[in-house]
Ligand binder design. Sequence first.
Ligand code: SAM
Length: 291
Amino acid sequence: MYYSLHVEVPEEAAELLQAVIDGTNPLGLEIRDHTLKPPPGAPPLKPGCVELKVYYEGAHEAEEAQHQVRAELPEAEPRVAPVEEEDWSETWKKHIRSVRVGRIWVGPSWQVEKAGDAPVHIVIDPGMAFGTGDHPTTEMCLAELDLELPCRPGASVLDVGTGSGVLAIAARKLGAGRVVGNDVDPVAVQIARENAEKNAVPELELTEKPLERLGGTFDLVVANIFANVLCQLAPRLAARTAKDGLLLLTGILATQAEEVQQAFEREGMKLQARRASGEWVLLTFDNRASA
Ligand SMILES: C[S@@+](CC[C@H](N)C(=O)[O-])C[C@H]1O[C@@H](n2cnc3c(N)ncnc32)[C@H](O)[C@@H]1O
């Protein structure tokens, strides 16, 4: 087990303290002064003071350093404490959040028990593809799919920029018929295929083919990609949206919404609804105007 030595001294004594510490064979140290925000839960520093947290291999080394600091800086009150060792391979998991959106629960495999009574479970473990469900843009798409698919049982769905496949999987589990997801990133497509298998929807068509090489039209098209890419893709996204179909677009910041709206109105799409979450916006267009 590692041990740490905490010492808080006035700024003018910091140099002397550093010199003492340098001679004690420390493993490493952290210095905190008033320019840095205190870490969560840490008490604020006394005005005009700096704090050193020095790490040692064992209790003996830390206590020896404590003794030397007391000898040189009698006013300092150095404290020795054991350092709790964290299992970092597990700690990162605490930051992964599962989400419940309407009937859908999305979360990692180690949180499945949190799914509760959600009728639709989607397990996505974090990996190299975007889309663990907890980004506001993904959440808004999930909410729209949950709302729209019951009115369109068996609807065909195209998920442009599928990432982890989360939206394509959700669409199928919510009653869609044919579901196609594409992504320009081959790693994402591979991960989306694995996720489709894990979530028992291997029938999803997941491909690296760009939009222009995907034929046909779809009752519901969803694209969560950056606004500039959406504007570039506007003619192709409009062409893939069936007559009377819906096009859901997000990845758009509130400040970019108007530009995106205009790009799609030029293609004959009609804005039907606008949803927002924080700084992000989702625009729903329908293809009725061009019918
Ligand atoms: C923000 S992620 C969305 C992932 C997932 N659909 C979601 O909503 O959580 C955007 C994805 O779009 C892909 N992408 C970017 N440009 C694309 C394009 N022109 N065609 C298809 N996919 C694209 C990226 O590789 C990335 O995986």
